[in-house]
Design a protein around this ligand. Structure first.
Ligand SMILES: [Zn+2]
Length: 557
């Protein structure tokens, strides 16, 4: 810890009002210097890129707890401690012993990584699929709130479900009945590959394959195959395990040929899948055979949770979240850096949470409790937050909101703030109102078809119905005070093109955190309002998460 930070804590303590009036107190401003100090520390070589299960994790957890203690927070984890255990399963597929489609007795061998890409989340030594029939399920969507069910009760047990990527209206032309039913170009959760695999498992399929399509998924086959057969999941009891032995993607041209060999026309089926009366189609006589060795390891990791108890309704929780993990060690970059330390992604979010916590501690205790969650394994698939959501320390029905910080722009003040997931929930209205009070406007994320809303830790809570808001600086071009949208776009392009998930995501002297300070302050205010009120934010009509929140409405009366 540095002298500068110690001084800041002392000043905050002196400034803390002693009167018991429970009104929002003028808070100490979010400090760019403190943010910088935290980021430089967490992104330093000492922390080795903060990969789960490494020495880097040990040091990170120790550092986080030390800072939280110094800030005067209480432990908020399981059993009264600071942490929540998150055991992770790492799997890696070896060279397949068997991997082929069979059609009427003729085998069509498949090249792993070229024709098909697979991984597993089974803790087994061999992933096996034996002569399993293939069923094309279209977009594979079950969305009661939209009157849509692609499955029509079809039995997928022991079968291979073949999906299209994105949601049913993604490729629809104007005037088609489905157009706009799934947000138009904006991706709904039904469009995400994670949803497809979850739905296949809910229906007992033995494998799930998505037909790759660069437009539909937003990236090329090179990205699909990049993990080289590796996958991460949570260690879960047998009854919670996925039914899928294998999950993955099939190359576009391979799928076309496979369907053609089965006397089916995939192009026509794509159009049929855009209709509500679509029914699953069995590929007659086609089966998948796979036998692939699996290397499995269990990695012990942890979330860190801290709390400021509410003075009046401590069981109601306003939650802030950021992920502490990054990508660990990799090949040296041009400057010889081996650690992919995630200075922006997401040491800066962690730093933001410290600043928000410091600010709350300097004010009278709020009515509701505040919980600060530092998630592990976000980069492995939102696993720390998912582990929490599966075993929440604070009941989700009384979790008022989850406010997440994951990547903030470092190019200075902006005239706007970027909204991710427009139309989902009422928190976006709070964002707009409080941004206006800062003299700023709201801009909607620039590529809603990429489904960023479903790709950060807040989403693990959204899936359980908790209203959420995400701050993600790369979601669109900020209208920067210096240089406008053009400069904002250049910052996004430079960061995503060169630094995102690379060693180049390091702290740099050129960072200007004046815009990030305003973004963090905005989230502080949103949480402050919620923590000092009895308001329950909600989901908007048409959100795929409204129904689940509604089921627990009685507990919030
Ligand atoms: Zn991140």
């Amino acid at each position: 810890m540095t002298l500068r930070l110690t001084a800041a804590f002392c000043l905050a303590a002196l400034a803390a009002p002693t009167a018991a009036q429970n009104l929002p107190a003028p808070s100490p401003a979010i400090s760019a210097d403190n943010l910088t100090e935290t980021v430089r520390t967490l992104a330093s070589d000492q922390f080795q890129g903060r990969a789960p299960g490494t020495v880097g994790e040990e040091r990170t957890i120790g550092y986080l707890i030390g800072r939280l203690q110094a800030l005067g927070l209480e432990p908020g984890g399981t059993g009264g401690g600071w942490t929540q255990p998150v055991p992770l399963l790492r799997t890696r597929l070896g060279t397949p012993t068997t991997l082929q489609f069979a059609h009427g007795g003729t085998a069509q061998p498949l090249t792993f990584g070229t024709d098909i890409y697979l991984s597993t989340l089974q803790p087994v030594d061999t992933a096996t699929v034996a002569a399993a029939p293939l069923v094309f399920v279209g977009y594979g969507v079950h969305a009661p709130e939209r009157g849509w069910d692609d499955f029509k009760g079809a039995d997928l047990k022991g079968k291979v479900a073949v999906f299209l990527i994105n949601d049913p209206d993604f490729a629809a032309a104007k005037g088609e009945a489905v157009a706009g039913k799934f947000g138009g170009k904006t991706m709904t959760y039904y469009g995400r590959w994670t949803y497809k695999f979850e739905e296949a498992s809910r229906r007992g399929a033995i494998a799930a394959l998505i037909v790759h399509d660069t437009d539909g998924v937003g990236y090329g086959w090179n990205v699909v195959k990049a993990p080289a057969g590796e996958n991460y999941g949570l260690v879960v009891p047998p009854e919670k395990r996925t039914s899928l032995q294998l999950q993955g993607w099939i190359a576009h041209d391979v799928a076309d040929k496979l369907f053609a060999d089965a006397k089916l026309d995939l192009a026509k089926l794509r159009i049929a899948a855009r209709r509500a009366d679509f029914r699953p189609v069995l590929l007659p006589g086609v089966t998948l055979d796979a036998s692939i060795p699996v290397t499995q390891t269990v990695v012990q990791s942890q979330n860190v949770l801290a709390r400021i108890p509410g003075a009046k309704r401590p069981d109601e929780v306003v939650m802030y979240g950021a992920h502490w993990d990054a990508y660990g060690e990799g090949a040296p970059d041009a400057k010889g850096r081996i650690y992919r330390a995630g200075a922006n992604d997401d040491a800066l979010g962690v730093a933001g949470l410290f600043e928000i916590a410091r600010s709350f501690k300097a004010a009278p205790a709020p009515d509701r409790s505040l919980v600060f969650a530092f998630w592990t394994a976000e980069e492995r698939g939102l696993l720390g937050s998912e582990a929490y959501a599966q075993s929440p320390v604070y009941p989700v029905e009384k979790t008022v909101a989850n406010l997440g910080l994951d990547i903030l722009q470092t190019a200075g003040k902006a005239r706007d703030v970027i909204l991710v997931g427009k139309g989902q929930g009422s928190l976006e209205d709070d964002l707009a109102r409080l941004a206006a009070a800062q003299g700023r406007s709201v801009s909607v994320e620039s590529l809603p078809e990429r489904g960023l809303f479903y790709r950060a830790d807040h989403f693990s809570m959204a899936k359980r119905g908790v209203p959420v808001l995400l701050m993600m600086g790369i979601a669109g071009a900020s209208d920067l005070v210096a240089g406008g949208k053009e400069a904002g776009q250049k910052w996004v392009d430079d960061y995503t093109g060169q630094c995102y998930h690379q060693a180049c995501d390091a702290w740099d002297e050129s960072w200007n955190l004046d815009g990030a300070v305003e973004d963090i302050e905005l989230f502080r205010q949103i949480g402050d309002e919620l923590a000092r009120s009895a308001k329950w934010p909600g989901w908007k009509d048409g959100s795929e998460f409204k129904a689940i929140r509604d089921t627990s409405a009685a507990s919030r009366k």
